[in-house]
Design a protein around this ligand. Structure first.
Ligand code: SAM
Length: 244
């Protein structure tokens, strides 16, 4: 039930300090992110407050499940704020507790990851400003097999317009699935979008995030245990549209 979600009317209304206290406290120690973020272009995004300029979520994992990707990415990009977005209440609660335990055991690591419960399909634009994100992940999304439920798929023409809006030029959109029909669908839709360009395997070989897609998450590990095949499609958000 969406009415239970604490969905902000506008990204500026959301208090991120409760998710990333180390990045927002006045005496955040060196290396916990107070000065690492690239400045925004205020003409594009409104006028972000000084605090927003300092720290803002750059990576979003949509349907993060049990949080395996965030946990692997956290030490690779220690100065980047990352957010898992998960629809299931119990699962998002589990991820929050997992992260708190990791922070306790490995302080100051893992202060850059957090998870919130939300319907990311509906509310992504309520949380992030235009061009704010540099990586957007869709790992093993629910397939919605039946033709009648295809419109609920997380990659669609309409959703891709939102993803293009939220991603900075040069930002990356990552997808992977073990469902061949969905893999084909996600590739077709994204290939057809003028603001996304598919990356080759050679280009992705040097991208640490791309190399994590198949085995970092709980779903990926399950597929790997069953020797299932996966299809990975990764796109760069272009500066301006290409004609197809
Ligand atoms: N990405 C994780 C992984 O690879 O282990 C989880 C994959 S699981 C098959 C799909 C996840 O997406 C589920 O945890 C589900 O609750 C979540 N999900 C489905 N629709 C969603 C939505 N609209 N917003 C946020 N999460 C959603």
């Amino acid at each position: 039930n969406d009415s239970n979600f604490d969905v902000p009317a506008h990204p500026d209304d959301y208090d991120w300090s409760r998710h990333y206290p180390a990045f927002f406290s006045r005496d955040a120690p060196e290396g916990t992110g107070s000065q690492q973020q690239e400045p925004e272009d205020p003409s594009e995004t409104g006028t972000p407050s000084a605090q927003q300029q300092q720290a803002a979520v750059r990576f979003a994992d949509v349907g993060c499940g049990f949080g395996g990707l965030l946990v692997k990415l956290a030490p690779l990009y220690p100065d980047t704020l990352m957010l898992g977005m998960e629809l299931r209440d119990k699962v998002s609660e589990y991820v929050r507790e997992r992260i708190l335990a990791l922070r306790d055991q490995h302080s100051p690591q893992y202060s850059n990851i957090a998870c919130l419960r939300t319907n990311a399909q509906k509310h992504l634009v309520n949380y992030f400003r235009k061009g704010q994100l540099t990586k957007l992940f869709f790992l093993f999304p629910d397939p919605h097999f039946k033709a009648g439920t295809h419109r609920r798929r997380i990659i669609s023409r309409a959703q891709l317009a939102d993803y293009a809006y939220l991603l900075a030029p040069g930002g990356m959109l990552y997808t992977i699935t073990d469902v061949p029909e969905l893999g084909k669908w996600m590739r077709e839709k994204s290939d057809a979008h003028p603001l996304f360009q598919r990356m080759s395997d050679e280009e992705l070989a040097t991208d640490p995030a791309a190399c994590l897609l198949d085995k970092a998450t709980e779903e990926g590990q399950k597929v790997a245990r069953n020797s299932g095949l996966t299809m990975r499609s990764v796109y760069r958000r272009l500066e301006s549209p290409v004609s197809l």
